[in-house]
Write a protein that binds this ligand. Sequence first.
Ligand code: ATP
Ligand code: MG
Length: 237
Amino acid sequence: MEDTEDNELLRQYHELAELAGSLAHEIKNPLSVIHMNVDLLSEELGDFEWPGRRRAEAKVDMIRHQCQRMENLLRDFMRFSRMQNLEMTPGDLNEQVDSVLRFYQAQADKQDIEVVRYLDTNLPSIMLHSDSLQAALINLVKNAFEAMDSGGQFIVRTYTTPRGVALDFIDTGCGMDDGTAIHMFDPFYSTKNDGSGLGLPTARKIIEAHGGRINVQSEVGRGTKFLLEFPTPARLG
Ligand SMILES: Nc1ncnc2c1ncn2[C@@H]1O[C@H](COP(=O)(O)OP(=O)(O)OP(=O)(O)O)[C@@H](O)[C@H]1O
Ligand SMILES: [Mg+2]
């Protein structure tokens, strides 16, 4: 009995997920037409002076800004709903981490964040999908940096565990209260003004698609630690 109910729920879930995915896709095209036209409109506004031009420009800018927000939201949502059947190849977790940190070094300097690396050079390979895994790591680094408004330390560790390889991201940022910690993986849950709330659920989905798991410890005012663990091939399946 319970089993049939679970199957029915699962079927409804997949149906809804598919619907939401196509809805996002359908919104994307008209939105990009609106965005393109508002860009053109803004160019046309620039050609001559007329009363009320400033106000018109402010409105056009607001439309452009909101278009960009919706486009980002749709991109994140589509990435979130598409996450299955990734083609995995053997790879080095350190390389993935390195490439993400390189991408964020300028931002770290700007925000006065010290990035400290303890990368185990003898790490065994894992099965990974590079683009997706980097997207997951980027979401976590972005969150950590956003939590360290007035600078801090970001510690990155990789090491071998009995089950595979692990990665710690430790920040000395604002931390999370219990209410946030309970909901942080809920799609669309965000405590930020312009957050989509899809960063963490997407990261978790990607990590789980790698056979991995993600754990969090956080303390308000002290910081947050995300622990990721991935199985090595011998332990996969
Ligand atoms: N390292 C962190 N330190 C403190 N709070 C965090 C951290 N990571 C996540 N959070 C909390 O979890 C919430 C959800 O994170 P998530 O990445 O899913 O969305 P977001 O960051 O708000 O939006 P987006 O990722 O689209 O920018 C955040 O709004 C924040 O409150
Ligand atoms: Mg985020």
